[in-house]
Design a protein around this ligand. Structure first.
Ligand SMILES: [Zn+2]
Length: 127
C-alpha cells in the first residue's frame, strides 16, 4: 500500500483537526484570536495550533477554488442562455423579415462570442 503524504495525511494526525471544537477554533483563527489564548482555552499547545494553521490555509484555498469554480459555471450558464435567446430571436426576426432586428442579433452574437473568447483566455491564464 502506498504511503500517503500531503495536507490530508497531516490533518489526520493533527490534534486540532481532530479536536471536538475544531470548527470553533478555525473560526477563531480566521478572526485573528492569538494562538496563546486559543491554546489556553482549548487545552492545546501553541505549536500544534501553529502547525494547524497550514491545514486551515489548505482548506481555505480549497473552499476559495470551489467558490471560484461555481461562479465561473454560473457565468458560463448565463452566457449560454443569452446565446440561446439571441439565436431564437434572430430566427424569429428573419422569419418576419425584420432585418434591423436580425442585424442587431448578429451584432449581439458577436459580442457574446468575444466574451467567450475573453473567458477562455482568462481561464487559460489561471492554469
Ligand atoms: Zn490541523
Amino acid at each position: 500500500m502506498a504511503k500517503q503524504y500531503g495536507p490530508a495525511h497531516q490533518s489526520a494526525r493533527c490534534t486540532v483537526c481532530n479536536h471536538p471544537s475544531h470548527s470553533d477554533i478555525d473560526r477563531a483563527l480566521i478572526d485573528g484570536v492569538p494562538l496563546r489564548t486559543l491554546a489556553a482555552t482549548h487545552g492545546l499547545s501553541v505549536s500544534a495550533l501553529f502547525r494547524h494553521t497550514k491545514h486551515l490555509q489548505h482548506q481555505l484555498d480549497l473552499h476559495q477554488r470551489q467558490v471560484d469554480r461555481s461562479q465561473i459555471t454560473q457565468f458560463l450558464d448565463k452566457l449560454e442562455l443569452l446565446e440561446f435567446r439571441l439565436d431564437r430571436l434572430f430566427h424569429k426576426a428573419e422569419e418576419s423579415h425584420s432585418f434591423h432586428v436580425s442585424l442587431g442579433c448578429l451584432q449581439e452574437s458577436f459580442r457574446v462570442l468575444s466574451l467567450w473568447e475573453r473567458v477562455r483566455h482568462s481561464l487559460e491564464d489561471r492554469s
